[in-house]
Design a protein around this ligand. Structure first.
Ligand SMILES: NC(=O)c1ccc[n+]([C@@H]2O[C@H](COP(=O)([O-])OP(=O)(O)OC[C@H]3O[C@@H](n4cnc5c(N)ncnc54)[C@H](O)[C@@H]3O)[C@@H](O)[C@H]2O)c1
Length: 263
């Protein structure tokens, strides 16, 4: 069964990683897609990839930076113009920043992480809620992280902004549940995407594979997650099947965030 048949779904950061995997799974499930990314070449490539797998999918693409409020307002308006409504919003675009202890953290990078991971997430919700309110229907899926429920060494702004995403999710759920809008967040552990591959390079520049193996060892499942696994959860949360889950921060991490000590 197509879980998102004729549902209009906006996905930010759709050109690669978790955004692309979810866009592809949404297309498989019958969605009409409005895909946003600030990387034009990768976004075009993503669109072609989805079209070749699911030729009937209608796809609107917009090159935009989610940390720019006017651009966010623009892609929300353009999506409504193109499709008439917005049923689901996968508020996914985010960056990790650089790895460094709190005192040494580069201030410009810190501010950039806040602009994208916190302000960008906020702007999207701000402009999409009024559309969903009129429809008396909507599903918002934000992207926190295990770093949104736990501390992570050397990632102060990332962890701070992902905790903020968890906070925004809970408040959105409280304020807009009465309008038929459900807001949840996923909290992925290490999922093998370009962002995580880059993080392993930073942790161990001469042997990123060793950093990856070390990370996998600490997980109860002894492996990293795959973007397609996250995409299935995202599609459920964007669908009508998700009807009474609201304001939750849902870990998808092989159980790692429950551990106290080695597993
Ligand atoms: N991969 C993981 O293990 C993991 C774990 C926890 C949370 N997350 C979160 O999931 C989300 C996606 O991560 P990913 O691993 O797929 O990353 P990724 O770097 O592989 O892909 C991110 C995509 O977002 C786009 N993007 C980044 N900043 C943008 C901006 N300002 N405006 C528009 N597009 C922008 C990039 O161009 C890219 O296409 C992020 O919010 C990340 O923090 C990922």
């Amino acid at each position: 069964m197509e879980k998102l048949k004729n549902k209009v779904i906006i996905i930010t950061g759709a050109a690669m990683g978790l955004g692309l995997a979810s866009a592809s799974e949404a297309a498989k499930n019958g969605a009409l897609l409005s895909l946003i990314d600030f990387n034009p070449e990768s976004l075009e490539k993503a669109k072609n990839e989805i079209k070749s797998d699911y030729p009937d999918t209608q796809i609107l693409t917009t090159v935009a930076d989610v940390s720019n409020e006017e651009s966010v307002k623009g892609f929300v308006e353009d999506t409504v113009k193109a499709f008439g409504r917005i049923d689901g919003f996968y508020n996914n675009a985010g960056i990790e920043g650089r790895q460094a202890p709190l005192v040494d953290y580069d201030l410009e990078v810190f501010k950039k992480v806040v602009d994208i991971n916190l302000m960008g997430v906020y702007f999207g919700i701000k402009y999409i809620i009024p559309v969903m309110q009129k429809q008396e229907y909507g599903r918002i899926v934000n992207v926190a992280s295990v770093g949104g429920i736990r501390g992570v060494m050397n990632q102060t702004p990332y962890v701070a902004t992902k905790h903020a995403v968890a906070g925004i999710t809970k408040t959105t759920a409280l304020e807009y549940g009465k309008f038929g809008i459900l807001a949840n967040a996923i909290a992925p552990g290490a999922i093998l995407t370009p962002m995580v591959a880059e993080a392993f390079k930073q942790v161990n520049p001469s042997n990123p594979q060793a950093a990856e193996d070390e990370y996998a060892k600490a997980n109860p499942t002894k492996r990293l997650g795959r973007p397609e696994e996250v995409a299935k959860l995202v599609v459920f949360l964007l669908s009508e099947d998700c009807s009474y889950v609201n304001g939750q921060i849902i870990a998808i991490d092989g159980g790692q965030s429950n551990a106290y000590g080695n597993v």
